[in-house]
Design a protein around this ligand. Sequence first.
Ligand SMILES: [Zn+2]
Ligand SMILES: [Zn+2]
Length: 257
Amino acid sequence: MKLDILGTGTFFANINRTASAFILEIENKKILIDCGPGTLVRLSQIGLSPEDLDYVFITHFHPDHTSDLFPLFMNYRLSDLLVPGSVKKFPKFYGPEGLDKFLSAYSHNSELLAYDAWGKIKVFEYQSLINIDNYVVKPFKVDHSAFGLPARAYALRFESNNKVVVFSGDSTKCDGLQTACQNADIFVCDASSPKNQASPAHMDTYDIGEISQQSQVKKVILTHFYPQYDDVDLVSQVKEKFSGEVIHGQDLTSFEI
Ligand SMILES: [Zn+2]
Ligand SMILES: [Zn+2]
């Protein structure tokens, strides 16, 4: 497996840090995990086009994880319209329950039917286990609530050839996340909050350290950074609770697993 980090930020995107998006490559299949603002530009920066994607997985519906989905759909729809037959491959989209309704509503509300009334984009809502090609994806429901509104949020665990890569999505410290990251080779983790600042929306760095230690994770890659905490040494805080490797994620870096 190969992991490309596209975006390690949130809504406060800038040239060095766009919002949540990752590419996981398994046996030449390319999987996009989350699609926040800036994702399409980042894809082009690593030499990929929308047609190179085989699968798209969304951890939850918040716009810092989904807002480039419609530009992505428009790439397919316009290419298909302007040069019929030119789009050789449409990826399959996976996401939380209500994914089809979410995309339909957005399509109508934006008065641009990039998804609805077209029918070439196939979407699948999460089940307990997803078998794709020669690997397995296990979605785990996690607790994530923003401004008093609970989100349908999932951590995603990819297993292939005895290697495990886990994406926390946005999450608090909860049983679902604890189970998801068991013995992970790489745990790409929401690091929104410094120590002692956990909230109903996000873990803090001590939570990350504790959950990684308990689950015997090998390597933690921190992501989902807020610029308000740029001066805080988040890595050292996680290391106070976790004896494994901790990396401060950077856009446009990659890892072989
Ligand atoms: Zn969120
Ligand atoms: Zn987020």
